[in-house]
Design a protein around this ligand. Structure first.
Ligand code: FEO
Length: 396
């Protein structure tokens, strides 16, 4: 990754991972990612905020060398997850005089994760300040974005918020600033959906906290730096709000065509009633695209054939992910086909126990759909459209 100068004596020195295709062995990365680290040179002390994925240590090391960094006084760990902390052992070896700055929770995670020497760690408290001479770092504890120990570092004089994972995006790019990217917004939203959505209620509080600080720039630990911070802050306000849209996500699997026919009939019936529909066939659907759609949709309908009386395994997987992401979806439906018997309703209820949804009357048919079955699907479409209208959902 090239070195980017952000302001006088402030540099982005992290690494781009152009080829990474999967995060956490789970999340597809269509545009790679970056591990951002930031160097701040004060008149008396030098600090580095976060490091990089261990496989990219050489990139960080080279960038520090190019800037002739022969001493780092403080290494701030905003987040203990290894994509940001994994190079700390290398860095602490290379700069033996450096002190690792983190909170108590950060220490309790970093030491066992990385086998660090506790004597190298200086524990800071929430809102504590650290002087670099003409620059001052302030630490703002921000739990659950996205682990319990996460914190922001605020550079007071330059009004830059180093926000760790919050406001990040998995987007490898040669440009530093979000304003230079055509696709910064969908990727920031995808990142919110995949990583941050389960913590929406925490983020509401963090947004309140951030609003009390003047912020000229937000520098997250993945993806572009937000040079127009008001934009990303406004979008986050919308994503974490209770507001949903007149949209239905249809997550389906089909073995012999019955469930697919029901799904397509429901798709058309909803479109006919002015509802936006997003069908996802679980054979090929990108789980990140489903997560992205879940940010706004008022309703999710799961469509499954019965396999050994239960939901299709693809549907179990997608539903498990959905439950973990805790979207603000208000209504859920279940449609599908079975051969002789099923227990799909109870299974779905068990899988979605963390969602605050109203489960609409399921439409589960035996065998191939008949005219009467399609009429039931029409009734479901009408019910969904009416639920959206009655709830005053935007666009209904
Ligand atoms: Fe980018 Fe939660 O680590």
């Amino acid at each position: 990754m090239p070195i980017h100068k952000i302001m006088e004596n402030i540099y982005s020195v992290g690494a781009i991972d152009w080829d990474r295709t999967l995060f956490d062995a789970l999340i597809p990365l269509p545009y790679g990612t970056s591990y951002n680290a930031y160097l701040i040179r004060g008149s008396k002390k030098t600090a580095l905020i976060d490091t990089v994925e261990p496989a990219k240590w050489e990139d960080l090391k080279q960038n520090l060398s190019k800037l002739n960094v022969d001493k780092i006084d403080y290494v701030v760990s905003n987040h203990a997850e290894q994509d940001h902390s994994g190079s700390l052992p290398h860095l602490l070896d290379l700069y033996p005089e450096s002190v690792l700055i983190t909170g108590k929770k950060g220490r309790d995670m970093l030491v066992p994760l990385l086998d660090l020497n506790e004597e190298r760690i200086q524990i800071i408290e929430d809102r504590e300040e650290l002087s670099l001479g003409d620059k001052t770092l302030q630490f703002i504890f921000a739990p659950w974005v996205h682990w319990p120990e996460t914190m922001f570092t605020y550079l007071k004089e330059d009004e830059i918020l180093f926000s760790c994972d919050l406001f990040g995006s998995h987007l490898a790019s040669s440009h530093l600033y979000a304003s230079r990217h055509d696709n910064w917004l969908p990727e920031a939203k995808r990142y919110y959906a995949e990583i941050m959505m389960p913590f929406a209620s925490r983020i509401v509080k963090h947004l309140e906290t951030i609003s009390r600080f003047p912020v000229k720039m937000i520098a997250p630990s993945h993806g572009p730096v937000h040079d127009k911070p008001d934009l990303i802050l406004q979008y986050y306000q919308q994503w974490v709000s209770e507001e949903v849209k007149n949209e239905v996500i249809l997550i389906y699997a089909s073995m012999h065509g019955s469930t697919e026919n029901l799904t397509m009939h429901l798709t058309d019936a909803l479109i006919h009633r002015g509802v936006r529909v997003m069908p996802f066939n679980t054979i090929s659907a990108d789980i990140g695209e489903i997560a992205l759609a879940l940010v706004d949709a008022a309703t999710v309908v799961v469509a499954s054939p019965a396999i050994l009386m239960g939901l299709h395994p693809n549907i179990v997987y997608a539903t498990y992910i959905m439950n973990s992401l805790k979207p603000k979806t208000r209504f859920a439906g279940l449609i599908g086909s079975y051969g002789w018997a099923h227990k799909m309703v109870d299974q779905l209820k068990n899988l979605t126990g963390d969602l605050k949804v109203e489960l609409l009357e399921p439409v589960l048919i035996k065998g191939y759909p008949t005219i009467q079955d399609y009429e039931q699907i029409d009734h479901l479409a009408e019910l969904i459209a009416e639920k959206h209208r009655s709830a005053g959902i935007n666009g209904a």
